[in-house]
Design a protein around this ligand. Sequence first.
Ligand SMILES: Cc1cc2nc3c(=O)[nH]c(=O)nc-3n(C[C@H](O)[C@H](O)[C@H](O)COP(=O)(O)OP(=O)(O)OC[C@H]3O[C@@H](n4cnc5c(N)ncnc54)[C@H](O)[C@@H]3O)c2cc1C
Length: 379
Amino acid sequence: MLRVDVAVVGGGPAGSIVAREAARGGLKVVLLERAPNAPLRCAGVISLRAREELGIPEELVLQRLVGVVVHGPQGTRAVLTADSPKALVLDRVGLDRYLRNEAREAGAAVWEGISADGWDHSLLITSREKLAPEFLVGADGALSGVARWAGLAPPGELLVGYQAEVEAEPRYPGHAEIFLDPAIAPGFFAWAVPTGELLRVGVVTHRGGKGYEHLKSLLLREFPESRVVRISGGLIPLGPPPSTATERVFLVGDAAAQTKPLTGGGLYYGGLAAKLLGRLLSEGRQAEYERAWRGELGREIEFALRARRAYLDLSPAELDYLVSLLRVPELGKFLLTRGDMDRPSRILVELRRAPHLWPLGLRALKTLGGFSRFAQFLQ
Ligand SMILES: Cc1cc2nc3c(=O)[nH]c(=O)nc-3n(C[C@H](O)[C@H](O)[C@H](O)COP(=O)(O)OP(=O)(O)OC[C@H]3O[C@@H](n4cnc5c(N)ncnc54)[C@H](O)[C@@H]3O)c2cc1C
């Protein structure tokens, strides 16, 4: 039996960042990752800010995105192009390896190929030996075993994503394509993201949906000439549970559903919370974790959950109408220059400062059924 300060279950980005920060703070840390060579299950898109704040090196950036092409369900299309890069596509498999290595260099013991199999509130049973940690961190993804062992509730909702890496020429170089089509991605959206060498084409749906079949339909419809290199799937948790910590157990990353409800992105929010948790643990202030991460991200997650409910209420014709609005040059420019993919609620503040867009906004609201239709989502 090995006594440690912190045992971290899960060596994805969130777990490695917690381990790195806690080890840098002088704690004795073991990081367990049962599948260190798992295939890509992520589009790898993050903001420029996220790369900087999470300390992700340049060499893991495969592609810079200068814009986005949005496809409505009935054929309307809007192409938004900025003057400079707005997002990055990462080598996600390389990122996981890089962050685990950083944890190792900071002094954490990284146990690769080892699983955590149970927790009796004092000992962590692993496939190698028992650990007696002062604190246990569950960074073990959307179906967190640690959460279950600690009696913490699961996330509000689990979506299912399938992604193919395909050989195909990007139709819009330097742009991500987004498909807002309930027939292809019921409950969410689909995408095609260029990496430089391949295209990542993905579909996210409600659980129990036919995501794999939808992905194949999307590939046939949009990229009929493409050659599929590999397909993988993963879960996306949305809506954090009411509690993500006990006195000695802490959830982080997807295990705590620290994801963006409008895009499913979890690298930035999970990474931020992981940095926070690692530091709080090393300063003996871990009791502040729940309040601290919610203070940082809670408002944005709440806002995006509401916006998602409003999105799900829209008919295909209404979605197409919204896409047609994106073609209005002033609105496109406004979104590209003032939108913030990490803090979507800021768009409301920005809108207040953009009176030239108010008539367009009011017209759109009226066309979509008036304020009363959306009031329920804003409460
Ligand atoms: C199709 C798809 C596309 C996505 N695209 C994006 C995107 O473009 N941008 C973005 O920001 N996010 C994206 N995401 C979300 C992002 O991938 C996740 O939010 C992120 O991986 C969460 O990191 P994590 O470290 O919390 O969990 P994970 O990356 O899931 O890591 C958890 C780790 O824990 C390990 N583990 C689990 N149980 C045990 C155990 N008992 N013992 C030992 N190890 C264990 C697993 O092997 C795994 O490696 C996407 C997700 C999907 C499914």
